[in-house]
Design a protein around this ligand. Structure first.
Ligand code: ADP
Length: 190
């Protein structure tokens, strides 16, 4: 089973992924998590270099190819539940918000394993940036106008579940865990 946690920067993804891994392990599930972009050569370049949207798209795809081949597929084959902090919905939203056609980006990602459940943690970009600024200086992707476009693309997707992540973290954790546990038990009985 492949479960993906999506959302703009500062929406709470890494907090929720850590929480899910812990809760699922407590319940006896064999679970691993991966984060994109990874620390591969391509993932590192995408963070470091000043790139055109097309170059960025290409590097994200190369990084994903590496991650899927080396991490995601082997884990799924060995029967683990895989939880991802970002996957191809991020590419659709972030590179789409830079003007690349969203259907075209989606098509380029069809060769990768399709997630069983995609949860988008939805927050206002202002809230998200405030959370980030408490800890560090925002990165090149963390601009309020840009994140507004990214958020709108996430909200237009019809293959995701939207969770209101503006609420206190405990409420978000509760709803996400509930969604995931229900999905797992549905999977086991089908
Ligand atoms: P992301 O991985 O999506 O960038 P993080 O999980 O790193 O987001 O969260 C960014 C910051 O916001 C962290 O300091 C985290 O503790 C805080 N945070 C996450 N979710 C909430 C929430 N629902 N309410 C308040 N603060 C939150």
């Amino acid at each position: 089973m492949l479960i993906v946690i999506e959302g703009i920067d500062g929406s709470g993804k890494s907090t929720i992924v850590r929480f899910l891994v812990e809760e699922l392990r407590k319940r006896g599930y064999d679970v691993v998590s991966f984060k994109e972009p990874t620390d591969s050569e391509w993932g590192r370049r995408v963070r470091r270099e000043d790139l055109s949207p097309e170059e960025e798209l290409e590097l994200f795809l190369k990084d994903r190819e590496w991650n899927v081949k080396n991490n995601v597929v082997p884990s799924l084959k060995s029967g683990k539940i895989v939880i991802m902090d970002r996957y191809y919905h991020s590419t659709i939203a972030y590179q789409g918000a830079k003007g690349i056609d969203v259907d075209y980006i989606r098509k380029l990602n069809e060769k990768f394993p399709k997630p069983d459940l995609v949860i988008v943690l939805d927050v206002n970009p202002e809230t998200a940036l405030k959370r980030i600024e408490r800890k560090r200086k925002p990165s090149k992707f963390e601009d309020v106008e840009y994140l507004r476009k990214v958020r709108d693309i996430y909200l237009s997707m019809d293959d995701v579940v939207i969770v209101n992540a503006e609420r206190p973290i405990e409420a978000v954790k509760g709803e996400v865990l509930d969604l995931v546990l229900r999905h797992i038990s549905k999977g086991l009985h089908s």
